[in-house]
Design a protein around this ligand. Structure first.
Ligand code: CMC
Length: 430
Protein backbone atom coordinates (compact mmCIF):
# COMPACT_ATOMS: atom_id res chain seq x y z
CA UNK A 1 0.00 0.00 0.00
CA UNK A 2 1.52 3.33 -1.07
CA UNK A 3 1.32 6.35 1.23
CA UNK A 4 -0.82 7.98 -1.43
CA UNK A 5 -3.68 5.49 -1.05
CA UNK A 6 -6.24 4.80 1.64
CA UNK A 7 -7.49 1.23 2.08
CA UNK A 8 -11.19 0.67 2.62
CA UNK A 9 -12.83 -2.58 3.67
CA UNK A 10 -16.62 -2.74 3.66
CA UNK A 11 -17.60 -4.40 6.95
CA UNK A 12 -20.66 -6.39 5.73
CA UNK A 13 -19.33 -7.76 2.47
CA UNK A 14 -15.60 -7.81 3.18
CA UNK A 15 -15.08 -6.15 -0.22
CA UNK A 16 -11.92 -4.09 -0.40
CA UNK A 17 -10.61 -1.23 -2.45
CA UNK A 18 -7.62 1.08 -2.48
CA UNK A 19 -8.61 4.70 -2.99
CA UNK A 20 -5.94 7.07 -4.30
CA UNK A 21 -5.25 10.28 -2.38
CA UNK A 22 -4.96 13.34 -4.61
CA UNK A 23 -2.94 16.30 -3.38
CA UNK A 24 -3.42 19.81 -4.71
CA UNK A 25 -0.85 22.62 -4.40
CA UNK A 26 -2.65 23.85 -1.23
CA UNK A 27 -5.43 22.46 0.94
CA UNK A 28 -6.33 19.04 2.31
CA UNK A 29 -5.60 15.79 0.47
CA UNK A 30 -8.65 14.39 -1.32
CA UNK A 31 -9.81 10.81 -1.48
CA UNK A 32 -10.54 9.82 -5.07
CA UNK A 33 -13.69 7.70 -4.79
CA UNK A 34 -14.20 7.30 -8.56
CA UNK A 35 -13.71 3.50 -8.38
CA UNK A 36 -15.67 2.94 -5.16
CA UNK A 37 -18.88 1.77 -6.83
CA UNK A 38 -17.08 -0.55 -9.23
CA UNK A 39 -15.01 -2.16 -6.44
CA UNK A 40 -17.54 -2.27 -3.58
CA UNK A 41 -21.02 -1.56 -5.00
CA UNK A 42 -21.34 1.47 -2.71
CA UNK A 43 -22.20 5.10 -3.38
CA UNK A 44 -21.17 8.00 -1.15
CA UNK A 45 -23.62 10.55 0.28
CA UNK A 46 -22.59 14.14 1.04
CA UNK A 47 -25.57 16.44 1.20
CA UNK A 48 -24.61 19.96 0.13
CA UNK A 49 -21.11 18.78 -0.93
CA UNK A 50 -19.64 19.58 2.48
CA UNK A 51 -16.67 17.20 2.03
CA UNK A 52 -16.72 16.65 -1.71
CA UNK A 53 -14.49 18.26 -4.34
CA UNK A 54 -16.32 18.38 -7.67
CA UNK A 55 -13.35 19.22 -9.90
CA UNK A 56 -9.68 20.16 -10.07
CA UNK A 57 -9.16 23.89 -10.55
CA UNK A 58 -6.15 26.23 -10.57
CA UNK A 59 -8.15 29.47 -10.30
CA UNK A 60 -9.05 30.29 -6.69
CA UNK A 61 -8.01 28.94 -3.30
CA UNK A 62 -9.90 29.44 -0.04
CA UNK A 63 -8.84 28.41 3.46
CA UNK A 64 -12.06 29.00 5.34
CA UNK A 65 -10.54 28.32 8.78
CA UNK A 66 -7.74 30.84 8.33
CA UNK A 67 -9.82 33.39 6.37
CA UNK A 68 -7.57 33.16 3.28
CA UNK A 69 -8.69 33.90 -0.29
CA UNK A 70 -6.23 33.72 -3.21
CA UNK A 71 -6.95 34.40 -6.90
CA UNK A 72 -4.32 32.51 -8.93
CA UNK A 73 -2.14 32.62 -5.81
CA UNK A 74 -2.46 36.35 -5.13
CA UNK A 75 -4.03 37.31 -1.76
CA UNK A 76 -7.33 39.16 -2.12
CA UNK A 77 -6.02 41.93 0.16
CA UNK A 78 -3.15 42.71 -2.29
CA UNK A 79 -5.45 42.65 -5.31
CA UNK A 80 -7.98 44.87 -3.54
CA UNK A 81 -5.21 47.33 -2.72
CA UNK A 82 -3.39 47.41 -6.08
CA UNK A 83 -5.42 45.94 -8.91
CA UNK A 84 -8.56 46.72 -10.92
CA UNK A 85 -11.55 44.56 -11.80
CA UNK A 86 -10.52 44.17 -15.44
CA UNK A 87 -6.98 43.21 -14.46
CA UNK A 88 -8.41 40.66 -12.01
CA UNK A 89 -10.72 39.31 -14.73
CA UNK A 90 -7.66 38.87 -16.99
CA UNK A 91 -5.80 37.15 -14.15
CA UNK A 92 -8.66 34.75 -13.43
CA UNK A 93 -9.06 33.83 -17.09
CA UNK A 94 -5.38 33.64 -18.10
CA UNK A 95 -3.65 32.59 -14.89
CA UNK A 96 -1.12 35.46 -14.86
CA UNK A 97 -1.28 39.21 -14.33
CA UNK A 98 -1.10 41.02 -17.69
CA UNK A 99 1.91 43.13 -18.68
CA UNK A 100 1.11 46.69 -19.82
CA UNK A 101 0.54 45.66 -23.46
CA UNK A 102 -1.65 42.67 -22.59
CA UNK A 103 -3.72 44.82 -20.21
CA UNK A 104 -4.27 47.40 -22.94
CA UNK A 105 -5.35 44.81 -25.52
CA UNK A 106 -7.72 43.15 -23.03
CA UNK A 107 -9.29 46.45 -21.99
CA UNK A 108 -9.66 47.45 -25.66
CA UNK A 109 -11.37 44.15 -26.50
CA UNK A 110 -13.77 44.32 -23.55
CA UNK A 111 -14.53 47.97 -24.30
CA UNK A 112 -15.31 47.23 -27.94
CA UNK A 113 -17.74 44.43 -27.17
CA UNK A 114 -19.95 46.45 -24.82
CA UNK A 115 -22.68 47.26 -27.34
CA UNK A 116 -26.00 45.44 -27.31
CA UNK A 117 -27.58 44.19 -30.55
CA UNK A 118 -30.59 46.38 -31.44
CA UNK A 119 -32.84 43.29 -31.51
CA UNK A 120 -31.96 42.63 -27.89
CA UNK A 121 -33.72 45.87 -26.99
CA UNK A 122 -36.88 44.58 -28.67
CA UNK A 123 -36.44 41.36 -26.75
CA UNK A 124 -36.21 43.31 -23.48
CA UNK A 125 -39.40 45.16 -24.31
CA UNK A 126 -41.22 41.83 -24.12
CA UNK A 127 -40.81 41.83 -20.34
CA UNK A 128 -43.52 43.18 -18.09
CA UNK A 129 -42.69 46.76 -17.02
CA UNK A 130 -42.01 45.75 -13.40
CA UNK A 131 -40.01 42.57 -14.10
CA UNK A 132 -37.24 41.88 -11.56
CA UNK A 133 -33.88 42.81 -13.19
CA UNK A 134 -32.45 39.38 -12.24
CA UNK A 135 -35.22 37.69 -14.24
CA UNK A 136 -34.41 39.95 -17.19
CA UNK A 137 -30.67 39.40 -16.87
CA UNK A 138 -31.11 35.63 -16.78
CA UNK A 139 -33.35 35.61 -19.87
CA UNK A 140 -31.39 38.13 -21.90
CA UNK A 141 -27.96 36.57 -21.22
CA UNK A 142 -29.36 33.14 -22.19
CA UNK A 143 -30.69 34.67 -25.41
CA UNK A 144 -27.20 35.85 -26.49
CA UNK A 145 -26.62 32.36 -27.92
CA UNK A 146 -29.20 33.26 -30.55
CA UNK A 147 -27.13 36.30 -31.59
CA UNK A 148 -23.67 34.73 -31.74
CA UNK A 149 -24.46 31.22 -32.97
CA UNK A 150 -21.80 31.38 -35.66
CA UNK A 151 -19.08 31.63 -33.02
CA UNK A 152 -20.36 28.98 -30.68
CA UNK A 153 -18.09 26.05 -31.43
CA UNK A 154 -16.99 25.21 -27.92
CA UNK A 155 -14.13 23.07 -29.29
CA UNK A 156 -12.64 26.20 -30.88
CA UNK A 157 -10.41 28.06 -28.39
CA UNK A 158 -10.89 31.39 -30.20
CA UNK A 159 -14.69 31.05 -30.10
CA UNK A 160 -14.48 30.29 -26.37
CA UNK A 161 -12.25 33.32 -25.73
CA UNK A 162 -14.57 35.59 -27.69
CA UNK A 163 -17.61 34.38 -25.76
CA UNK A 164 -15.79 35.12 -22.47
CA UNK A 165 -14.93 38.66 -23.61
CA UNK A 166 -18.50 39.25 -24.83
CA UNK A 167 -19.98 38.12 -21.52
CA UNK A 168 -17.68 40.35 -19.42
CA UNK A 169 -18.27 43.29 -21.80
CA UNK A 170 -22.04 43.05 -22.26
CA UNK A 171 -23.11 42.12 -18.75
CA UNK A 172 -23.02 45.75 -17.42
CA UNK A 173 -24.78 47.06 -20.56
CA UNK A 174 -27.60 44.51 -20.20
CA UNK A 175 -27.77 44.98 -16.41
CA UNK A 176 -28.13 48.77 -16.72
CA UNK A 177 -30.66 48.35 -19.54
CA UNK A 178 -32.75 46.00 -17.35
CA UNK A 179 -32.79 48.62 -14.60
CA UNK A 180 -33.68 51.50 -16.92
CA UNK A 181 -36.41 49.47 -18.56
CA UNK A 182 -37.93 48.75 -15.13
CA UNK A 183 -38.16 52.48 -14.34
CA UNK A 184 -39.20 53.58 -17.81
CA UNK A 185 -35.98 55.39 -18.76
CA UNK A 186 -34.45 55.21 -22.26
CA UNK A 187 -31.56 52.76 -22.53
CA UNK A 188 -28.10 54.42 -22.70
CA UNK A 189 -25.32 53.30 -25.02
CA UNK A 190 -21.99 52.44 -23.38
CA UNK A 191 -19.54 55.33 -23.47
CA UNK A 192 -16.27 53.75 -24.51
CA UNK A 193 -14.11 56.67 -23.38
CA UNK A 194 -14.89 55.66 -19.78
CA UNK A 195 -13.50 52.81 -17.70
CA UNK A 196 -15.51 49.68 -16.93
CA UNK A 197 -17.17 50.75 -13.64
CA UNK A 198 -17.56 54.42 -14.53
CA UNK A 199 -19.15 53.38 -17.83
CA UNK A 200 -21.61 51.19 -15.97
CA UNK A 201 -22.58 54.00 -13.57
CA UNK A 202 -23.16 56.29 -16.57
CA UNK A 203 -25.36 53.68 -18.24
CA UNK A 204 -27.32 53.37 -15.01
CA UNK A 205 -27.82 57.01 -14.06
CA UNK A 206 -27.16 59.37 -16.99
CA UNK A 207 -30.25 61.02 -18.43
CA UNK A 208 -30.32 62.59 -21.91
CA UNK A 209 -31.31 65.99 -20.54
CA UNK A 210 -28.36 66.75 -18.24
CA UNK A 211 -24.75 65.73 -17.56
CA UNK A 212 -23.97 63.26 -14.79
CA UNK A 213 -21.38 64.29 -12.20
CA UNK A 214 -19.94 61.31 -10.39
CA UNK A 215 -17.55 61.49 -7.46
CA UNK A 216 -14.47 59.33 -8.19
CA UNK A 217 -15.10 57.29 -5.03
CA UNK A 218 -18.26 55.82 -6.62
CA UNK A 219 -16.42 54.02 -9.47
CA UNK A 220 -13.56 53.13 -7.09
CA UNK A 221 -15.93 51.50 -4.60
CA UNK A 222 -17.69 49.60 -7.37
CA UNK A 223 -14.37 48.40 -8.79
CA UNK A 224 -13.37 47.14 -5.33
CA UNK A 225 -16.67 45.34 -4.84
CA UNK A 226 -16.30 43.73 -8.26
CA UNK A 227 -12.76 42.54 -7.40
CA UNK A 228 -14.00 41.01 -4.14
CA UNK A 229 -16.95 39.28 -5.84
CA UNK A 230 -15.10 38.18 -8.98
CA UNK A 231 -14.60 34.54 -7.97
CA UNK A 232 -15.06 32.21 -5.03
CA UNK A 233 -14.10 28.75 -6.30
CA UNK A 234 -16.88 26.14 -6.39
CA UNK A 235 -19.78 28.19 -4.92
CA UNK A 236 -23.33 27.24 -5.96
CA UNK A 237 -23.51 29.42 -9.09
CA UNK A 238 -20.03 28.53 -10.36
CA UNK A 239 -20.74 24.84 -9.75
CA UNK A 240 -23.95 25.33 -11.71
CA UNK A 241 -22.02 26.91 -14.60
CA UNK A 242 -19.64 23.94 -14.54
CA UNK A 243 -22.42 21.36 -14.33
CA UNK A 244 -24.27 22.89 -17.28
CA UNK A 245 -20.92 23.34 -19.08
CA UNK A 246 -20.11 19.65 -18.58
CA UNK A 247 -22.95 18.79 -20.97
CA UNK A 248 -21.32 20.80 -23.76
CA UNK A 249 -23.97 23.55 -23.55
CA UNK A 250 -23.02 26.96 -24.94
CA UNK A 251 -21.40 29.55 -22.61
CA UNK A 252 -24.41 31.91 -22.61
CA UNK A 253 -26.69 29.08 -21.44
CA UNK A 254 -24.12 28.15 -18.77
CA UNK A 255 -23.84 31.71 -17.45
CA UNK A 256 -27.64 32.19 -17.54
CA UNK A 257 -27.89 29.08 -15.33
CA UNK A 258 -25.25 30.59 -13.03
CA UNK A 259 -27.31 33.80 -12.77
CA UNK A 260 -30.38 31.75 -11.81
CA UNK A 261 -28.42 29.95 -9.07
CA UNK A 262 -26.98 33.23 -7.80
CA UNK A 263 -30.45 34.69 -7.31
CA UNK A 264 -31.23 32.55 -4.23
CA UNK A 265 -31.13 34.35 -0.85
CA UNK A 266 -28.65 31.79 0.54
CA UNK A 267 -26.20 32.86 -2.21
CA UNK A 268 -26.10 36.13 -4.18
CA UNK A 269 -29.57 37.19 -3.12
CA UNK A 270 -28.20 37.71 0.40
CA UNK A 271 -27.10 41.33 -0.21
CA UNK A 272 -30.69 42.25 -1.12
CA UNK A 273 -31.94 40.28 1.87
CA UNK A 274 -29.48 42.10 4.19
CA UNK A 275 -30.92 45.48 3.25
CA UNK A 276 -34.48 44.25 3.68
CA UNK A 277 -33.53 42.85 7.09
CA UNK A 278 -31.83 46.09 8.22
CA UNK A 279 -34.88 48.08 7.10
CA UNK A 280 -37.12 45.64 8.96
CA UNK A 281 -35.05 45.99 12.14
CA UNK A 282 -35.31 49.74 11.53
CA UNK A 283 -33.49 51.06 14.57
CA UNK A 284 -30.35 50.18 16.56
CA UNK A 285 -32.52 49.74 19.67
CA UNK A 286 -34.26 46.77 18.00
CA UNK A 287 -31.05 44.85 17.28
CA UNK A 288 -31.09 42.75 20.48
CA UNK A 289 -34.60 41.53 19.59
CA UNK A 290 -33.48 40.58 16.08
CA UNK A 291 -30.50 38.63 17.47
CA UNK A 292 -32.83 36.74 19.81
CA UNK A 293 -35.14 35.89 16.90
CA UNK A 294 -32.21 34.67 14.79
CA UNK A 295 -31.25 32.25 17.58
CA UNK A 296 -34.77 30.84 17.81
CA UNK A 297 -34.93 27.99 15.26
CA UNK A 298 -38.75 28.12 15.26
CA UNK A 299 -38.76 31.75 14.08
CA UNK A 300 -37.47 30.79 10.62
CA UNK A 301 -35.41 34.00 10.76
CA UNK A 302 -31.65 34.08 10.12
CA UNK A 303 -29.31 37.03 10.24
CA UNK A 304 -28.76 37.73 6.56
CA UNK A 305 -25.12 38.53 5.79
CA UNK A 306 -23.86 36.25 8.58
CA UNK A 307 -22.28 32.84 8.23
CA UNK A 308 -20.66 31.13 5.31
CA UNK A 309 -20.39 27.57 4.12
CA UNK A 310 -16.62 27.80 3.79
CA UNK A 311 -15.44 30.64 6.06
CA UNK A 312 -15.54 29.59 9.66
CA UNK A 313 -13.49 32.69 10.44
CA UNK A 314 -13.88 36.35 9.46
CA UNK A 315 -14.56 36.57 5.69
CA UNK A 316 -11.42 38.43 4.44
CA UNK A 317 -13.60 40.24 1.89
CA UNK A 318 -15.86 41.57 4.67
CA UNK A 319 -12.90 43.24 6.42
CA UNK A 320 -11.89 45.06 3.20
CA UNK A 321 -15.42 46.07 2.36
CA UNK A 322 -16.16 47.35 5.86
CA UNK A 323 -13.39 49.95 5.47
CA UNK A 324 -14.61 50.98 2.00
CA UNK A 325 -18.16 51.26 3.32
CA UNK A 326 -17.12 54.01 5.75
CA UNK A 327 -15.04 55.78 3.08
CA UNK A 328 -17.96 55.84 0.64
CA UNK A 329 -20.39 57.18 3.22
CA UNK A 330 -17.88 59.84 4.31
CA UNK A 331 -16.87 60.98 0.81
CA UNK A 332 -20.42 60.99 -0.54
CA UNK A 333 -21.63 62.68 2.65
CA UNK A 334 -24.27 60.00 3.17
CA UNK A 335 -25.55 59.56 6.67
CA UNK A 336 -27.45 56.33 6.73
CA UNK A 337 -29.27 55.14 9.87
CA UNK A 338 -29.12 51.62 8.43
CA UNK A 339 -25.35 51.71 8.94
CA UNK A 340 -25.94 52.30 12.67
CA UNK A 341 -28.22 49.28 12.70
CA UNK A 342 -25.58 47.28 10.81
CA UNK A 343 -22.77 48.27 13.24
CA UNK A 344 -24.89 47.45 16.26
CA UNK A 345 -25.90 44.13 14.74
CA UNK A 346 -22.31 43.20 13.90
CA UNK A 347 -21.15 43.97 17.45
CA UNK A 348 -24.08 42.17 19.07
CA UNK A 349 -23.58 39.02 16.99
CA UNK A 350 -19.80 38.97 17.47
CA UNK A 351 -20.32 38.94 21.25
CA UNK A 352 -23.15 36.44 21.33
CA UNK A 353 -22.31 32.82 22.32
CA UNK A 354 -24.68 31.37 19.68
CA UNK A 355 -22.82 33.12 16.85
CA UNK A 356 -19.36 32.67 18.41
CA UNK A 357 -19.81 28.90 18.94
CA UNK A 358 -21.06 28.40 15.37
CA UNK A 359 -18.35 30.71 13.95
CA UNK A 360 -20.93 32.91 12.27
CA UNK A 361 -19.17 36.12 11.21
CA UNK A 362 -20.37 38.89 8.88
CA UNK A 363 -19.81 37.87 5.26
CA UNK A 364 -19.10 39.99 2.18
CA UNK A 365 -22.77 40.70 1.59
CA UNK A 366 -23.26 42.31 4.96
CA UNK A 367 -21.58 45.54 3.81
CA UNK A 368 -21.94 45.44 0.03
CA UNK A 369 -25.64 46.32 0.18
CA UNK A 370 -24.96 49.45 2.23
CA UNK A 371 -22.35 50.63 -0.30
CA UNK A 372 -24.70 49.96 -3.22
CA UNK A 373 -27.44 51.87 -1.44
CA UNK A 374 -25.10 54.84 -0.90
CA UNK A 375 -24.26 54.78 -4.63
CA UNK A 376 -27.96 55.08 -5.44
CA UNK A 377 -28.30 51.53 -6.74
CA UNK A 378 -31.75 50.17 -5.93
CA UNK A 379 -32.13 47.05 -3.82
CA UNK A 380 -33.55 45.01 -6.71
CA UNK A 381 -30.23 45.52 -8.54
CA UNK A 382 -27.95 44.27 -5.74
CA UNK A 383 -27.78 40.67 -6.95
CA UNK A 384 -27.38 41.93 -10.51
CA UNK A 385 -24.26 43.79 -9.33
CA UNK A 386 -22.93 40.54 -7.88
CA UNK A 387 -23.65 38.83 -11.22
CA UNK A 388 -21.65 41.43 -13.19
CA UNK A 389 -18.61 40.78 -10.98
CA UNK A 390 -18.99 37.00 -10.80
CA UNK A 391 -19.15 36.77 -14.60
CA UNK A 392 -15.33 36.99 -14.53
CA UNK A 393 -15.19 33.87 -12.32
CA UNK A 394 -17.91 32.02 -14.23
CA UNK A 395 -16.19 32.45 -17.57
CA UNK A 396 -12.76 31.62 -16.09
CA UNK A 397 -14.16 28.32 -14.73
CA UNK A 398 -16.03 27.58 -17.94
CA UNK A 399 -12.86 28.19 -19.99
CA UNK A 400 -10.78 26.02 -17.63
CA UNK A 401 -13.30 23.20 -17.81
CA UNK A 402 -13.80 23.46 -21.58
CA UNK A 403 -10.05 23.21 -22.23
CA UNK A 404 -9.71 20.15 -19.95
CA UNK A 405 -9.86 16.95 -22.00
CA UNK A 406 -10.67 14.89 -18.88
CA UNK A 407 -13.98 16.73 -18.24
CA UNK A 408 -16.93 14.34 -17.89
CA UNK A 409 -20.62 15.15 -17.80
CA UNK A 410 -21.62 15.88 -14.18
CA UNK A 411 -24.11 13.22 -13.26
CA UNK A 412 -24.54 12.61 -9.50
CA UNK A 413 -26.15 9.47 -8.05
CA UNK A 414 -28.90 9.42 -5.43
CA UNK A 415 -30.28 7.48 -2.48
CA UNK A 416 -33.71 6.40 -3.64
CA UNK A 417 -36.33 6.72 -0.87
CA UNK A 418 -39.54 6.23 -2.90
CA UNK A 419 -41.96 3.34 -3.27
CA UNK A 420 -40.54 -0.10 -4.10
CA UNK A 421 -41.74 -1.80 -7.30
CA UNK A 422 -45.54 -2.10 -7.52
CA UNK A 423 -48.16 -2.75 -10.20
CA UNK A 424 -50.38 -0.18 -11.89
CA UNK A 425 -53.91 0.03 -10.45
CA UNK A 426 -56.84 0.98 -12.72
CA UNK A 427 -58.56 4.23 -11.73
CA UNK A 428 -61.85 2.54 -10.61
CA UNK A 429 -59.92 0.36 -8.15
CA UNK A 430 -57.83 3.11 -6.44
N1 CMC B 1 -28.29 33.29 11.36
C1 CMC B 1 -28.60 32.45 12.39
N2 CMC B 1 -28.15 31.18 12.49
C2 CMC B 1 -27.38 30.73 11.49
C3 CMC B 1 -27.03 31.53 10.39
C4 CMC B 1 -27.52 32.86 10.34
N3 CMC B 1 -27.22 33.65 9.32
N4 CMC B 1 -26.26 30.83 9.54
C5 CMC B 1 -26.11 29.61 10.08
N5 CMC B 1 -26.79 29.54 11.27
C6 CMC B 1 -26.80 28.41 12.20
C7 CMC B 1 -27.69 27.27 11.69
O1 CMC B 1 -29.01 27.41 12.17
C8 CMC B 1 -26.98 26.08 12.27
O2 CMC B 1 -27.29 26.00 13.66
P1 CMC B 1 -27.35 24.56 14.39
O3 CMC B 1 -25.96 24.00 14.30
O4 CMC B 1 -27.79 24.88 15.77
O5 CMC B 1 -28.36 23.75 13.62
C9 CMC B 1 -25.50 26.44 12.18
O6 CMC B 1 -25.47 27.88 12.23
C10 CMC B 1 -24.82 25.97 10.88
O7 CMC B 1 -25.61 26.43 9.79
P2 CMC B 1 -25.77 25.68 8.41
O8 CMC B 1 -27.04 26.12 7.78
O9 CMC B 1 -25.54 24.23 8.60
O10 CMC B 1 -24.52 26.28 7.63
P3 CMC B 1 -24.31 26.21 6.08
O11 CMC B 1 -22.85 26.15 5.89
O12 CMC B 1 -25.12 25.12 5.47
O13 CMC B 1 -24.92 27.60 5.58
C11 CMC B 1 -25.18 29.83 4.84
C12 CMC B 1 -24.18 28.69 5.16
C13 CMC B 1 -24.40 30.99 4.20
C14 CMC B 1 -26.23 29.33 3.82
C15 CMC B 1 -25.87 30.27 6.14
O14 CMC B 1 -24.91 30.70 7.09
C16 CMC B 1 -26.92 31.35 5.92
O15 CMC B 1 -28.07 31.03 5.61
N6 CMC B 1 -26.53 32.67 6.08
C17 CMC B 1 -27.42 33.76 5.77
C18 CMC B 1 -27.48 34.01 4.27
C19 CMC B 1 -26.22 34.67 3.75
O16 CMC B 1 -25.72 35.64 4.30
N7 CMC B 1 -25.71 34.14 2.61
C20 CMC B 1 -24.57 34.73 1.92
C21 CMC B 1 -23.38 33.84 1.89
S1 CMC B 1 -21.92 34.73 1.36
C22 CMC B 1 -22.22 35.11 -0.28
C23 CMC B 1 -22.02 33.98 -1.20
O17 CMC B 1 -20.94 33.35 -1.17
O18 CMC B 1 -22.92 33.74 -2.02
Amino acid sequence: MSAKHAALTVADSGKQTELPLIEGSLGPATLDIGRLYRDTGLFTFDQGFVSTASCKSAITYIDGDQGVLLYRGYPIEQLAQNSSFLEVAYLLINGELPDAGQAQVFEHEVTHHTMMHESLKTFMHGFHYDAHPMAMLCGVIGSLAAFYHEQLDIDDAEHRRLAAIRLIAKMPTIAAAAYRYSIGWPIRFPRNNLEYCERFLHMMFEVPSEPLHLKPVAARALDLLFILHADHEQNASTSTVRLVGSTGANPYACVAAGIAALWGPAHGGANEAVLKMLEEIGDASQVARAVQRAKDKDSGFRLMGFGHRVYKNYDPRAAIIREMCHKVLDELGVSDPLLDVAMELEQAALKDDYFVERKLYPNVDFYSGIIYKALGIPTSMFTVMFAIARTAGWVAHWLEQSADASTKIGRPRQIYTGAVRRDYVAVDRR
